[in-house]
Design a protein. Structure first.
Length: 456
C-alpha cells in the first residue's frame, strides 16, 4: 500500500498522519518531524518502526563523541628514538588517530609528519636507523565488525580502524580495459605497493559505471577483484581498504629517510616487551574533534566515524565496547531509544533505529552546550556535502542542514529545518526495501522536505 501523505498537525505524538506524496509503493517508511520550540510533532508515519539507517548512524556516533570527548579532543602519535649499544631504533607509538597521513588537513599530511621526524633526527645527529618499529597495539582484537558484508570489507569505504591508521587506510588500484565489452581487464599497478597478491576477474562493459569490487581481508595473502568497469580505459582507478596500514606507514617513512640521508634497514612490529622507553622525538597531534566530525557528517566518512566509536569505548577499545557505550549513552539521554548497532558508521545493514529515535537525538543535541559545533558539522542543503544536490532552488537552499544515508534498498535524511516562517524543526525520514530508482526516491523525499520548509 502506498505511503500517501497530506500536511497535518499532530494531535498526539504516536498517531500516524498522512502526507501529500507517495514516498514508495512497496517499501517501508518511518518518518517524523518535530517543532523544537513547542515539542509538537508536525508529521509522523510509523515513527517508531525501526529501519536500516545506513549513514544516518553517524549522527549517533558524532553526537555521543562530542559530548564524551569534547570538541577540542585530539589524538596523539608519538615518535621515540631508542638508542642502545650504538644501535638506533625509531619507535612509532600509535594513538588511533584516523587522520594520520590524510590530505584533508594540512597538519596531518604525510610529508609534514615525515619532515618533523627528519628534523628531529637531524637535530640529534642521527645518520642511521636499525629499524622503524610500528606499534598499533592500542587497538587490539578483531579488526572487522561482526556484521560487515564481504563485498564491503576490501573496498575503501569498508576500511577499519587501526592503532596506526595511515592515509585513511586506502590504496589505489589502476585497471586497464580493452575496447570491446565483456573482455578481461588487467591490473596496471597499486599505490602504494601491497604485500598481497591481487587476482583480477573484472570485465569491460559498455556503460560508464564503476561496478568493480575488491574482496579481501588483511590476513589473506591473496585478494581478488570482480565486476565491471567501462571499456577502453587505459587507467581506471578504484580504491581499496589498505591491509596493515601501519606497515605501509613504516615503509614510506623508511624510503623518505633513506632519500634524505638517514639509512634505515628495516620496518618491523615491536615485541610485546619492547616498550617506547627511549627519547621522545616529538608527539604529533591530530586536528581537533570539531574538524573531524565535519568530515564525518559532511563527507559521510566511515573510517573516521568508526575510529570515534573505538575512542569512546570504556575499557579496551574495540567494536563491542564502543557500541555498548554509544547505545548506553543515548538510552540515558533518550529513555525510549531503541537502536541496535554493530558499528559507528552505518555500513552494517544490520543497524536499526526509528525516525523517532533520531528526532529525539536531534532534539537533545539542539539543546546541547556544543549544539553549534554539532550543527556546523552537518551538510547544508543545496550548498555542500552529501546534501549539495538537493533543495537547490531559491527559498529552499540553505533551509535544511543534516545528513543523508544510503545503501542498497535504503535511503534516509535527517537534520534540522528552518521553516519560511522562522520555526526550527528536527526531522528524519527513512525508506527501506523500496523498488523505485534512487533518483525517484530522492525526488519524493525532497517534496516532503519542501512541505516542511513551507510550514507556517
Amino acid at each position: 500500500m502506498a505511503c500517501r501523505m497530506t500536511p497535518h498537525v499532530a494531535e498526539q505524538e504516536n498517531v500516524d498522519k498522512p502526507y501529500s506524496v507517495d514516498i514508495t509503493r512497496h517499501g517501508a517508511v518511518s518518518m517524523m518531524a518535530m517543532d523544537l520550540t513547542s515539542g509538537e510533532v508536525l508529521m509522523s508515519h510509523r515513527a517508531d518502526e525501526r529501519m536500516t539507517p545506513a549513514s544516518l548512524t553517524k549522527i549517533l556516533t558524532t553526537g555521543a563523541a562530542l559530548d564524551l570527548l569534547g570538541p577540542d579532543y585530539r589524538y596523539n602519535t608519538r615518535f621515540y628514538l631508542q638508542a642502545k649499544s650504538g644501535v638506533n631504533n625509531l619507535y612509532i607509538q600509535g594513538g588511533a588517530d584516523p587522520t594520520l597521513g590524510s590530505d584533508r588537513f594540512d597538519e596531518s599530511k604525510a610529508e609534514v609528519i615525515f619532515a618533523n621526524v627528519l628534523r628531529s633526527l637531524q637535530q640529534r645527529h642521527i645518520t642511521s636507523i636499525n629499524a622503524i618499529l610500528v606499534d598499533n597495539s592500542c587497538l587490539p582484537g578483531i579488526s572487522h565488525s561482526s556484521k560487515r558484508l564481504w563485498e564491503d570489507m576490501g573496498n575503501y569505504y569498508g576500511a577499519v580502524p587501526n592503532g596506526l591508521s595511515y592515509k585513511e587506510n586506502t590504496f589505489y588500484l589502476t585497471l586497464q580495459s580493452p575496447s570491446g565489452s565483456g573482455k578481461s581487464v588487467s591490473i596496471v599497478e597499486t599505490e602504494p605497493e601491497l604485500a598481497i597478491e591481487l587476482q583480477c576477474f573484472v570485465k569491460s562493459a559498455s556503460n560508464n559505471k564503476d561496478s568493480a569490487y575488491i574482496y579481501g581481508h588483511p590476513d589473506m595473502g591473496k585478494w581478488y577483484v570482480s565486476g565491471t568497469i567501462p571499456k577502453a580505459r587505459d587507467a581506471f582507478v578504484i580504491k581499496g581498504a589498505l591491509p596493515h596500514p601501519e606497515m605501509t606507514l613504516g615503509r614510506e617513512l623508511k624510503t623518505f629517510l633513506n632519500d634524505n640521508g638517514i639509512e634505515v634497514k628495516s620496518v618491523e612490529k615491536p615485541d610485546k616487551g619492547n616498550l617506547p622507553n627511549g627519547d621522545l622525538l616529538f608527539s604529533h597531534a591530530s586536528p581537533e574533534l570539531r574538524q573531524m566530525i565535519g568530515v564525518i557528517n559532511k563527507k559521510s566518512h566511515n573510517l573516521f566515524a568508526d575510529h570515534l566509536l573505538f575512542s569512546i569505548s570504556k575499557g579496551q577499545a574495540n567494536w563491542d565496547n564502543g557500541i555498548r557505550e554509544v547505545i548506553g549513552f543515548w538510552k540515558e539521554q533518550v529513555p525510549e531509544f531503541s537502536a541496535t548497532l554493530f558499528d559507528g558508521s552505518g555500513l552494517s545493514p544490520f543497524n536499526a533505529f526509528s525516525a523517532a529515535d533520531m528526532v529525539n537525538v536531534l532534539k537533545w543535541m539542539h539543546a546541547h552546550e556544543h549544539s553549534e559545533v554539532f550543527k556546523h558539522s552537518l551538510s547544508v542543503a543545496g550548498v555542500d556535502g552529501t546534501l549539495k544536490s538537493i533543495l537547490k532552488e531559491p527559498g529552499y537552499k540553505g533551509a535544511l542542514i543534516g545528513k543523508s544515508g544510503s545503501m542498497n534498498g535504503v535511503l534516509g535524511y535527517c537534520g534540522y529545518i528552518t521553516t519560511q516562517s522562522g520555526k526550527e524543526l528536527a526531522f528524519c525520514i527513512m525508506a527501506n526495501r523500496f523498488t523505485e530508482p534512487f533518483s525517484q526516491m530522492r525526488a519524493n523525499m525532497e517534496v516532503l522536505m519542501k512541505e516542511l520548509i513551507e510550514r507556517n
